[in-house]
Write a protein that binds this ligand. Structure first.
Ligand code: HSE
Length: 309
C-alpha cells in the first residue's frame, strides 16, 4: 500500500460527566484525508481544502502528530498529506483531533502497523498540545479506537474502550460561533468542591455501567456535569433552552460537546434523535442564530479506509 484515503471522525469529548477522560466517535461527520508514502523523507502537507489552516508541518496539528510518530521509528519513507477539512475548528467536535488521529493511523497502516493504538493516541496528543496547549486524549482516543473510550490514566497512558449500546444516537448542534478550547479551559476553576466531585464520579461510574448493561435510563441519569458545564455554558448562546427542549423531546441527556460551543444530546434510537434535532433547531431559529446540525449513530470503528492504492 502506497496511499490511503480515509474518513476520520468528529468526536464528542467529556460526554458531560467525564471531563478530559470520556469521549465517543461520530459516524456522519468527519474529515477526509489522503496520506501518501513517498521516497523523500519527512512530512509534507501538500493541500488543505475547506479551512484556512497552516501548511507548515510544525504549525499543523497533523504535521506535528506525524512527526511525533516518525521520531520513534526508523523508516526510509516520507509522507505527504492532503486534508479535506470538513469539521470546523473551534466547533467542539474534535476538529484538531480528527486531523491528528487520522494522519498517525494512516501512517501506521502504510508502515505495516508497527504501533499499538495507545501509541497512536500518544502521537496524536502532540497535535492536541499544539492546538490547545494541553495534550488531552479524550477526542483522539475515540477517533482511533471508535465507540466510547475512557482515559483511565494519563500517566501512564491507559485507554479503555467501552461498550457502545447499539440503539444509541447522538444529535449535535453547532451554533455558528467559534470557542477556542484554550479559552474554554482558561475560565475553569482548578479546584473542585468535594460535594461536586462526589456527584461527578457517581455519574462517571453510572455512565460506564449503563453503557455496558445497555441501560438507557441509567445512561440518561448519569449524563450530568456538576463541574464544567455551569462555568462553560455561559459561552454558549441559549444553552439552557437547547438543553431543556432536547430533554423535553426525549433525549436521554444533553450537554456541552467538548469545550463547546456545540451541544450534544444522546437518544435511544434514530427517531428520538431526529425529534431532538428539531427541538434544538427551533431554539436557535427563535433567536436567529445560524447552526449546523448532525444526527449520528455512535461510530464503533473510528477511522475508516475509503480507498487504498
Ligand atoms: N476535554 C477537552 C476540554 C476537550 O473540554 O477542554 C476539548 O475538545
Amino acid at each position: 500500500m502506497e496511499e490511503l484515503r480515509i474518513f476520520t471522525p468528529a468526536t464528542i469529548a467529556n460526554v458531560s460527566c467525564g471531563f478530559d477522560v470520556l469521549g465517543l466517535a461520530l459516524d456522519t461527520v468527519g474529515d477526509e484525508m489522503i496520506i501518501k508514502k513517498v521516497s523523500q523523507k519527512g512530512v509534507k502537507i501538500t493541500k488543505i481544502i475547506g479551512q484556512d489552516l497552516p501548511l507548515e508541518t510544525h504549525k499543523n496539528v497533523a504535521g506535528v502528530a506525524a512527526l511525533a510518530l516518525l521520531a520513534e521509528i526508523e523508516t526510509k519513507f516520507g509522507f505527504e498529506i492532503e486534508i479535506d477539512k470538513r469539521i470546523k475548528p473551534g466547533s467542539g467536535i474534535g476538529s484538531s483531533a480528527a486531523s491528528a488521529a487520522g494522519v498517525v493511523w494512516a501512517i501506521n497502516e502504510l508502515l505495516g502497523n508497527p504501533f499499538h493504538k495507545t501509541d497512536l493516541v500518544r502521537f496524536a496528543m502532540e497535535g492536541e498540545r499544539l492546538a490547545t496547549g494541553v495534550a488531552h486524549a479524550d477526542n483522539v482516543a475515540p477517533a482511533l479506537f471508535g465507540g466510547f473510550t475512557l482515559v483511565r490514566s494519563y500517566e501512564p497512558l491507559d485507554i479503555i474502550p467501552i461498550n457502545t449500546p447499539s440503539k444509541l444516537y447522538a444529535t449535535v448542534i453547532h451554533p455558528q460561533i467559534e470557542v477556542k478550547t484554550s479559552d474554554a479551559r482558561e475560565i475553569l476553576k482548578t479546584t473542585v468542591p468535594l460535594k461536586n466531585a462526589i456527584k461527578q464520579w457517581g455519574n462517571v461510574g453510572g455512565l460506564i455501567s449503563g453503557l455496558y448493561t445497555e441501560d438507557y435510563g441509567l445512561i440518561g441519569r448519569s449524563l450530568e456535569d456538576f463541574i464544567i458545564e455551569p462555568i462553560r455554558s455561559i459561552l454558549i448562546p441559549a444553552f439552557e433552552a437547547v438543553k431543556q427542549l432536547s430533554l423535553n423531546a426525549g433525549a436521554l441527556g444533553c450537554g456541552i460537546s467538548g469545550s463547546g460551543p456545540s451541544i450534544f444530546a444522546l437518544s435511544k434510537g434514530e427517531k428520538v434523535a431526529t425529534e431532538v434535532a428539531k427541538a434544538m433547531e427551533l431554539a436557535y431559529e427563535k433567536i436567529g442564530i445560524d447552526y449546523d446540525i448532525h444526527i449520528s449513530k455512535i461510530n464503533n470503528k473510528g477511522i475508516k479506509i475509503l480507498e487504498s492504492k
